[in-house]
Design a protein around this ligand. Structure first.
Ligand SMILES: NC(=O)c1ccc[n+]([C@@H]2O[C@H](COP(=O)([O-])OP(=O)(O)OC[C@H]3O[C@@H](n4cnc5c(N)ncnc54)[C@H](OP(=O)(O)O)[C@@H]3O)[C@@H](O)[C@H]2O)c1
Length: 307
């Protein structure tokens, strides 16, 4: 798996056509790893980009393409995957993930504090039914690797004991102010590759995903100081730190200049050991993607989602 990916979740800010154009631009600059998902609502357009990239001479095996089954398709992952493959114009995915461990669906754009009356806490048997569908997809060769996302150690431990094929990766929020050291180490010890989402601290996330105690990674003096020494934007320092620490960041961008800076930055002079240590000290345990909309009626608050 290429150690740097390109995110494709445009959220409210960038439409499908813009993200699809960025995939072509990113490929031209050197990106080979693309993090997609059915819920991002742009797989058809991104599929046209992949088709054009391959038509123009790219070898499919040089691309790493991930997709994910959304919460309303738990239990129906085979059809969801086949649909993503059709939309992405692919014969196989390199990686297929269960996007969230909850089958809880909500309408797009609902208020952060709204709760679906049908939402339920984590159900391990239900999760494993969906996991076995991913195992079948793997057996059929439609997906080369399968993995989890937004998991915790208790949930992952149960999956590890019950799965026939263990997760190859766990996609999780990772940035300097949210390092998740216990979960990160658990993944490494169990040979599960951690993929880090929102690696820059998601500076462009919509208002509804912000709370007053969120902190800003790219303004942290330690990150800014390393950026000054290397003459690199603080965003790229967050990405470099993550790769050196041993996970795979998937920053989002639709801007050529940012994609270029990121690619150049990750292969430039590394952070020193002292700088890596300094970054390990600035963890604020600041989760940005809290998942409030997946809460069930009796839950206390978003912390219940994370055990
Ligand atoms: N598995 C999951 O549940 C899950 C959850 C969330 C995200 N993800 C994945 O992770 C990807 C990335 O997460 P994210 O979009 O939340 O956050 P992010 O990558 O931390 O932040 C993206 C934003 O950072 C800015 N940026 C990017 N490159 C830059 C550079 N070189 N210099 C300066 N600024 C730069 C851009 O802001 P501007 O656009 O304002 O310029 C961009 O929109 C998503 O696209 C998605 O694929 C997965």
């Amino acid at each position: 798996m290429p150690v740097l990916g390109l995110g494709t979740f445009g959220s409210d800010k960038y439409n499908a056509a813009t993200v699809a154009a960025a995939v072509i631009e990113g490929y031209g600059l050197g990106y080979r790893h693309f993090d997609c998902a059915e819920v991002y609502g742009n797989e058809k357009e991104i599929g046209d980009s992949f088709a054009s990239i391959v038509r123009n001479g790219a070898n499919r095996k040089d691309l790493w393409i991930t997709s994910k089954v959304w919460n309303n398709h738990h239990g129906d992952a085979v059809a969801a995957c086949e649909n993503s493959l059709r939309n992405l114009k692919l014969d196989y995915l390199d990686l297929y993930l269960i996007h969230w461990p909850f089958a809880n669906h909500h309408e797009q754009g609902v208020a952060v504090n709204s709760r679906d009356p049908h939402a339920k806490p984590y159900n391990h048997d239900g999760y494993m039914r969906t996991w076995s569908q991913l195992e079948d997809l793997h057996q059929r060769g439609l997906v080369r690797n399968i993995g989890t996302s937004n998991m915790t150690i208790p949930k992952l431990s149960r999956v590890l004991s019950d799965a026939s094929i263990k997760p190859a990766v766990n996609e999780m929020e990772i940035h300097p102010h949210f390092q998740q050291p216990e979960l990160f180490n658990f993944c490494i010890q169990n040979e599960i590759v951690p993929i880090g989402y929102s690696p820059i601290g998601s500076p462009s996330r919509p208002e509804r995903d912000r709370t007053s105690d969120d902190t800003i990674d790219i303004e942290d003096p330690v990150i800014v100081q390393i950026g000054n020494r290397l003459n690199i934007h603080p965003a790229v320092i967050c990405i470099k730190w993550q790769i050196q620490r041993g996970s795979i960041p998937i920053p989002f961008s639709v801007k050529r200049s940012q994609m270029e800076t990121t690619l150049k930055g990750v292969s430039s002079e590394p952070l020193t050991e002292a700088e890596m240590n300094a970054v390990s000290q600035i963890d604020r345990n600041c989760r940005l993607i809290k998942g409030q909309v997946f809460l069930w009626p009796e839950a206390n608050d978003w912390q219940d989602l994370w055990d």
